[in-house]
Structure formats: C-alpha cells, structure tokens
Design a protein around this ligand. Sequence first.
Ligand SMILES: [Zn+2]
Length: 378
Amino acid sequence: MSVPVFYSPHYLRYTFGPQHPFSPLRLEMLLDLLQALGQAPLYLEPPQATREEVRSVHLESFVRRVETASRGENLPDLAAYGLGTGDTPIFPDMDGATRWLVGGTLEAARTILRGTASEVLQLGGGLHHAQADLASGFCVYNDLSIAIRHLSQQGLRVAYIDIDVHHGDGVQWIHYDEAEVLTFSIHESGRYLFPGTGHLHEIGKAAGTGRKLNLPLEPFTEDASYLEVFQMTLEPALKWFRPDVLLVQCGADAHYQDPLAEILLTTQAYAQLFSLLRQYARAFAAGKVIYTLGGGYHLDATSRVWTMLYLSLQDQALPDHLPQPWLERWGTRLGHFLTHTLHDPPGSYSEIPRRLEIERRNRQVAQRMLETVQPYWH
Ligand SMILES: [Zn+2]
C-alpha cells in the first residue's frame, strides 16, 4: 500500500521573500524532480487549520499579533513576539499561509488516528522553532506541536524525533512538562548554532523529566559518528518509552553542503536514517509514523534528500542519475551546476583533521545523555 502524502499548492504561500533561505522553491524543485523521475505524488490536499486548532498550542495574544501583522497593520510590540525580525519577517497573509502548513501536519495526525494508514508523509511543515507566544527561526506557528497536542488529547503517546541540524526548541519547550510526549533532538551543538539551546541538561521538568532528550553534536561530525550516536541513544529511549506513534521532523540541513550549519552528512547517511526510522516505527510504535519536512537551505542537497525520503517511503528503488531536463531546468534557473546523481559523489569534501576527536566527544555526549535521563526511566 502506498504511503499517503499531504500537500497543497497553498503551501507555496509560506514565503518570506526571494532573498530568504526558507524558500518555497525547495518544494517546487522537489515536486518537479519527483515528476521528472516519473514519481509525481498523488497527494491529498488537507484542509487549512482553523484558528481554534492553532490556539490549542499558541496563546491568544500571539495569534492576535500574527493576524494583525498578516493584514499589514503595525503594532509597536510585534518584535516582542518574534514578528518582523530578520529571521521571521512579516509577509501578507502569514497567518493564513501558516495555517495551511499546520493543516497538513494535523491531517497526517488524523490519518493515524483513523487507522487508515500507518505511515504518512506531510510534504511541508516542520516549523519546530515556533513557541507558544513567539515566532522564531523562520517558524510562525508550530505545526508539529499542534499535531502532537491533538494526538495526545486522543490518548496517544508520541515520540517526536528531530533530525534537523538545529535544536527542536519550540517543540521541546511546549511539551517540556508532559509525561506522554518524548522529544529527541539531534543537532549541531547550541554552543555554535542557532537557537543556542538543546544542551544535555535540558531533560524536561515535573512529569516530563527524563523525557526530553538532546544530542548536541560537534561541528564537522560525519556520517559514521552521527549514525553511531543516533542509534546508541534513540533505540533504548524508544524501547523504554513505547510510543503509539513517531513524529519525525526531517530537516535536510545537516547535509554537508548546507550553508547555515556545519554537520557533514551525506545522502548515504540520510538513506540509512530513513531506513532506521522505519525500522524503529515497526519495532517500537506498531509501525505508526508521520514524517514532515523542515529546514534545508542548499536547494540541490535538500531536493535530493527529500526525494530519497519520498522514494524510500514508497518502497521505490533509488535511481542513480537525475533526469537531464530537470538538471538543465533548475541549473539555469539557479545559475549553477547541480549534482548529477541522487547520491553524493564519493570524496565530496576534503578530509576532516580532527575526526577521531570529534567521534570520541560525540560518543561521550551520548553516554552522558543516557546517564542523565535513564534514572527517570521507570
Ligand atoms: Zn534547521
């Protein structure tokens, strides 16, 4: 059975302008590549999320500010809500545009609840930095938390897994004291990268203690070390927590070409990550899993990583070479050559001198994380 895909052309309205890295071009390029490969998704169009659904997570004062900004009206305190900043500028109808993305993630959650599919792909969303009263890091409303809230209100235990290179701070803080929500974020350490959080000591509070997990990695971490610590920590956590469903934010910005961060994953690692996540869903969550997109700012790498996600979920073989017309179309449009193969060619970047030291430190961080949270696992 094919995996249902949620997408709407309305998603393209979520745009902060032509110079901004969180660009709808990422989606256009991805869909065009899938089509060129003869794999155009038969997507389902979700309904737009309602104001009330957004309010299940976000504060009234914040939603009102987003609506005001959306209409082009100005209030002196918008910046205090993270609106109109360099990262998250105001654009016309930002409230409506974001509610379309929220609608897709929410509809993916409803599909799981109805039991009509066990794996679902939302081709959008993943706005993990938005907090209850704050827009942040290109994120206005937090579609992930809104979906998590809906699932937990129906009694489901959710394990949220965030492979975006940035810490999934919004989701973590929104569910920080909740016992039925496990959050796991693997990211470049906040010592070096936005949003500056996601440290080992952030383990949740009250009933949520020991259920918020962070794996801050050294800059220049490569495939082998990333996969080693990912498995070393996530596997025991899921085995213990036994979620009813996984929600995975598949940001593609841990790729080595990404301009905003310094983790060095290749597409080979992403293929393994997607395969591991499917295995974990089957082993620990009765096969139930929702995937969303997220960050990813190198257009070439991001469209290849998400194409791999799509094809893997549909049990399609991964092609070697990319279609020439697609390469020419987008090469011309972007003004530079694109990688000709779905996988990164070998030897894509030069050798990292501190490799062993980085591996040792990551292993140590993973070990310390487990030692910090495991006393609360009972
Ligand atoms: Zn990111």
